[in-house]
Design a binder for this molecule. Structure first.
Ligand code: SAM
Length: 269
């Protein structure tokens, strides 16, 4: 598990400076924002709400949420992603006590070892597009639930399980292992990113729900809320793998546009 965390740290440190431009500069997070604001029962108040964004990355999600909360703490395993997060906040003139991120391995070291108080501090904890990187989502959920004040909400946005997507990416990894993937792709950022993913093909609805419930949260729900389209080189799809059920027509035959279903999971402490 530590190896997996190290792989994530190393990968996201490497891609941090280009992350925003290669990830749509916040377009996806704009869609996610509306899905988060639509979760019933969660109170967003720009004068009182304290938010923890776990696995905050460069802050694409926190930037969208900033106007709905009083204070944001970000935590991420990658120091370079955190540097970008804080650089943007400082450039915008946002004071450190209103929006700051910290590089810390929360899941390894625990809530009470964090560089800022986390235990029972937050009205909302958001995790966006990071659960599929975490080997043990039940343990992660229990740790994050401990950061909530009584009555606070954990909101997790991530890729919903899709067997066809599992098949594509598992086949690509197998092709690389068999040296059947073109060399430029075998060593591409796509494949390096895939190596940081614990849940290839996404997370099953029942597993997300079980993680929330076993963390002692109530009013738990997991809802498919949106989809994300990602353009990839068509050569990444090994011959014989049918992606018609999960792809969109692409004007460029060298590309394939894959559609990923995305869920919002919610639970209250
Ligand atoms: C796909 S990015 C999403 C970033 C951000 N939440 C967003 O929506 O733009 C995944 C993030 O999870 C972080 N991450 C991966 N494993 C982690 C772990 N074990 N603890 C904390 N952060 C982790 C990575 O460093 C990276 O910033």
């Amino acid at each position: 598990m530590a190896d997996h965390a190290d792989a994530n740290r190393a990968h996201f440190d490497t891609v941090a400076d280009s992350y925003d431009s290669t990830h749509g500069g916040g377009q996806i997070q704009h869609k996610i924002l509306h899905a988060l604001l639509a979760v019933p029962g969660v109170e967003w108040d720009d004068e009182t709400t304290s938010l923890l964004e776990f696995a905050c990355g460069t802050g694409l999600m926190s930037q969208k949420l900033a106007q709905y909360v009083q204070r944001i703490v970000g935590i991420d395993i990658s120091a370079r992603m955190v540097d970008v997060f804080n650089g943007k906040a400082r450039n915008q003139g946002i004071p450190e006590d209103e929006m700051s991120a910290y590089a810390f391995d929360l899941l390894q070291h625990g809530v009470d070892a964090a560089p800022v108080p986390l235990r029972a501090q937050f009205d909302v904890v958001v995790v966006s597009m990071a659960y599929h990187h975490l080997p043990d989502i039940a343990a992660a959920t229990a740790t994050l639930a401990a950061c909530l004040r009584p009555g606070g909400w954990l909101l997790v946005v991530d890729l919903l399980w899709k067997a066809e997507l599992f098949e594509v990416f598992t086949a690509a990894k197998a092709a690389r292992a068999a040296r059947a993937l073109p060399e430029d792709l075998a060593d591409s950022e796509y494949m390096r990113a895939l190596d940081t993913v614990s849940h290839v093909g996404g997370i099953r609805r029942e597993d997300a729900l079980a993680a929330l419930e076993s963390a002692g949260l109530t009013a738990c729900s997991v809802t498919q809320a949106l989809s994300i389209d990602r353009e990839l080189p068509a050569r990444l799809v090994p011959a014989g793998v049918d992606v018609s059920a999960v792809s969109l027509p692409s004007a460029d035959p060298a590309k394939v546009v894959l559609r990923f279903p995305v869920f919002v999971a919610a639970g209250q402490r």
